[in-house]
Ligand binder design. Structure first.
Ligand code: CP3
Length: 349
């Protein structure tokens, strides 16, 4: 591979400069993304057409010297493959046509076969790997069981996912039945992405931070650990690094690091140096600038990059990223400033 900084940093090996990629790097802030999505007709169609998913995956790499590509897809492909019916409309966000309403709905769920039900994803992974031709590594991903359960129960985004929490309190056994079938689906799906060529795997636990500590341990962490362990137990995936991103779950970094993952994704509400002190050198860290920094001046962006690099310190094991996805209102030029600053200010002289 011509650029393996990202994989080296995940293994906590020395690098010539800090690798950087950006959550949602293929997204609506890029005019070329909006054009391809319009051509596809809808977001879901874009995800389900491997040639177009490949095209948008590569768009940010044509603009910027990024150190990794991430598969263009969505975490809600699994609920869709389980029959819940995904759509994503402008201004509305993701929606599931048939959310889970009864215990029966949950009892009837089956683990999708990634090679048939989610074939469009593994086909996209193979195509992207071929097109990348070893230039940079490709990241595959999935949602965490808790985060997927939130959408599957609610049917759409929510401020607090109170319906999902209520199920956890009222019928914990039913919630565990749901989380278990989703966790097995996620593990199989990630293994299939790795088999198709994904060189690192990230699990997005976007709504983990909504849970009080005891609920986090029981309904989120346990299933993240189950997935990591299942990937590590399989000879085909045991060496594929897994990045766990539990947004807003800074009070659980030690337990997350103990799952056996390679790296933790961090949001911007904790300092990199502080996080590193807590987990030691047991895992790499990925993150964590506030995405809003891309609305500040180029000088301020550079300064925030410098501060983040300094906070992490002169150790191996840092992958630079934002603390959450880049937003649609960002000027693409501004992202270029950030990426150049990361490489420039971290270069080993
Ligand atoms: O990072 C990347 O470039 C890869 C692509 C990616 C998308 N979604 C593309 C997308 C990834 C990794 C995701 C993960 C995802 N999807 C998460 C976890 C990450 C996070 O942001 O916390 C979540 C919670 C979802 C569910 C989802 N899908 C949301 C909240 C939205 C955005 C709704 C909105 O209107 O802002 C989507 C749709 C979506 N997924 C878009 C993109 C680029 C925008 C849809 C569009 O183009 O109209």
């Amino acid at each position: 591979m011509s650029n393996d900084r990202f994989l080296r940093a995940l293994r906590r090996e020395p690098v010539d400069c800090t690798p950087v990629w950006i959550m949602r790097q293929a997204g609506r802030y890029l005019p070329e993304y909006r054009a391809t999505r319009a051509r596809a007709g809808s977001f879901v169609k874009l995800c389900k057409t491997p040639e177009l998913a490949c095209e948008v995956t590569l768009q940010p790499l044509a603009r910027y010297p990024l150190d990794a590509a991430i598969l263009f897809s969505d975490i809600l492909t699994i609920p869709d493959a389980m029959g819940l019916g995904l759509s994503v409309d402008e201004g509305v966000g993701p929606r599931l046509a048939r959310p889970l309403r009864t215990r029966e709905d949950i009892a009837n769920l089956a683990v999708p076969d990634p090679d048939t039900d989610l074939r469009y994803v593994t086909d996209a992974v193979r195509l992207i790997r071929k097109e990348l031709a070893g230039k940079v590594p490709l990241i595959g991903f999935a949602g965490s069981p808790w985060t997927l359960a939130c959408y599957m129960i609610e049917g759409q985004g929510s401020d607090n996912f109170a319906r999902a929490k209520a199920l956890a309190w009222d019928e914990p056994a039913t919630m565990h039945m749901l989380l278990d079938v989703v966790a097995r689906s996620v593990a199989r799906y990630l293994a299939a992405q790795a088999a198709a060529g994904a060189q690192a795997l990230m699990i997005f636990d976007t709504w983990g931070g909504l849970l009080a500590p005891d609920l986090f341990a029981e309904f989120s962490l346990r299933y993240l650990a189950q997935i990591v362990q299942s990937l590590k137990a399989d000879s085909a995936t045991k060496d594929v690094p897994v990045i766990l991103f539990s947004k807003g779950a800074n009070s659980h970094l030690e337990e997350l690091a103990d799952t056996g993952c390679a790296a933790l994704g961090l949001d911007w509400t904790i300092g990199l140096g502080n996080a590193r002190m807590r987990v030691g050198d047991s895992v790499a860290l990925q993150g964590n600038l506030d995405p809003a920094v891309l609305h500040a001046s180029p000088q301020a962006i550079r300064n925030e990059v410098r501060k983040a690099l300094h906070s992490f310190g002169p150790y191996p094991g840092h992958v630079f990223n934002l603390g959450h996805g880049i937003t649609p209102d960002v000027d693409p030029e501004q992202l270029g400033v950030l990426i150049d600053a990361v490489h420039d200010l971290s270069a080993k002289k």
